[in-house]
Design a protein. Structure first.
Length: 133
């Protein structure tokens, strides 16, 4: 349980302090980053599209009808999700948000680092402010 001052422990993960830890909250911070810094969104879209095995979106199995993703070498299919406006412009990705959510969980983060180091590196660069306009 979260308590006291925020801290990191390699066995228990991140303690955010008196507020309860929330993966969905961290995930949503990723969306906020993409919306607050257009270069982060552009980079995430380029990264996703550059790794996709096809640029033709397909239904994500197990998700609502209409939730589409590009096929690719993702840890989970959701990372390839396509979020576009009516003009066809990308307005969000799951690259940043899902990646950040994984980064804060020691087990998930380790799996991403070992199995998808390029995704881990992109998210880390984003968090450190290394994505330039």
């Amino acid at each position: 349980a979260a308590h006291g001052r925020g801290e990191y422990d390699r066995h228990t993960g991140i303690n955010v302090g008196a507020e309860p830890y929330s993966t969905p909250t961290v995930h949503e911070i990723g969306h906020w980053l993409e919306q607050s810094a257009p270069q982060v969104l552009r980079t995430a879209v380029r990264w996703r599209n550059g790794r996709a095995s096809s640029l033709r979106p397909a239904q994500i199995p197990g998700y609502r009808v209409g939730e589409m993703a590009l096929p690719g070498p993702w840890r989970i299919r959701y990372v390839g999700k396509v979020c576009r406006n009516r003009r066809g412009d990308d307005i969000a990705t799951e690259v940043t948000s899902q990646g950040i959510a994984w980064l804060v969980d020691p087990n998930e983060g380790r799996q991403v680092l070992e199995g998808h180091p390029e995704h881990f590196g992109l998210v880390l660069a984003t968090v450190l402010g290394r994505i330039n306009p």
